[in-house]
Ligand binder design. Structure first.
Ligand code: AMP
Ligand code: MG
Length: 272
């Protein structure tokens, strides 16, 4: 089974409660846990190769409505690998300095280095999502950004980046439940923003903006994957598999340093 094949955006959005590729929470949790050692191994290989000059890196882009599980994905999926090899960036409302630059400025500054897994919790896509829904810039400006995003991602790929873009697709009913849970749990109050409830009234505008972004920016070098995300166990299973398949496809062997005489060094050490 190829989960990338299964979840690749095909022009329409699935039911957020679906679980393509695995049936049942128990089985999914078991399979996700079984992937962890492989993910760790693959990431260490990527990191080792990066140290020795291999330019390759992975960029995982997480997008989704509020409470769609972006933070949970970072915690449960990315949390399975060595944090030393990850570069995780959350993009919120741009600062004054960021606004003074082109929208790709802060994004470019947060790209992973060779050997790293970069994770974007929200991304440059906000500049064609919330920015479009709230008319933060004129249509003439945001409508040109899709092509700029494609060109940008093409450059990332050309410099050795495997771009994995994930849309965590939840239903408005599930979001309502999760926001209610947040409101009832003092340990989650810090996550709540004043705009969270009013933003729900723009659900359809956001879905339209997402559909456009997925349709215009799903390219062969940087496809979009749609993960039905009403069930957290499915979300973790799906993103773990997308990451594992991406890393596997890099065919990472353990690198040997050039110009280092390993045999000679061993001999020298033993002769001390
Ligand atoms: P959260 O992810 O809950 O911490 O919220 C971050 C907020 O920042 C969300 O409402 C995003 O839509 C918003 N945000 C992220 N990027 C941008 C952007 N480029 N322009 C305007 N708002 C943004
Ligand atoms: Mg929020």
């Amino acid at each position: 089974m190829d989960v990338r094949e299964l979840l690749r955006f095909d022009g329409s959005l699935p039911d957020p409660r679906e679980t393509p590729g695995v049936k049942g929470k128990e089985k999914a949790r078991k399979e996700t846990a079984a992937l962890a050692p492989e993910l760790t191994d693959l990431q260490e290989r990527l990191f080792a190769n990066g140290k020795l000059g291999d330019p390759r890196k992975v960029l995982l882009v997480l997008q989704g409505m509020d409470a769609s599980g972006k933070d949970g994905t970072v915690k449960h999926v990315v949390g399975q690998v060595n944090p030393a090899g990850c570069r995780i960036t959350s993009f919120g409302k741009p600062t004054k300095e960021e606004l003074a630059h082109d929208f790709l400025w802060r994004i470019t500054n947060a790209l992973p280095a060779a050997g790293q897994i970069g994770v974007f919790n929200r991304s440059h896509y906000e500049d064609v999502l919330i920015v479009r829904v709230h008319d933060l810039v004129p249509r003439t400006v945001w409508s040109r950004r899709y092509a700029r995003i494609n060109a940008f991602e093409k450059r990332v790929a050309a410099s050795g980046g495997s771009v994995v873009k994930v849309f965590l697709h939840i239903s408005p009913e599930e979001q309502k439940q999760r926001l209610l849970d947040r409101l009832e749990d003092p340990t989650k109050h810090w996550k709540i923003g004043t705009a969270d409830i009013p933003e729900r009234h723009r659900w359809d505008d956001y879905q339209a903006a997402y559909l456009d972004a997925l349709a215009k920016c799903s390219t062969d070098i940087a496809p979009w994957y749609v993960v039905p995300a009403d069930r957290k166990w499915y979300r973790d299973w799906a993103v773990s598999n997308l990451l594992a398949e991406t890393l596997r496809s890099l065919d990472l062997s353990w690198p040997t340093p050039s110009g280092v005489n390993l045999k000679g060094m061993k001999k020298e050490l033993l002769a001390e």
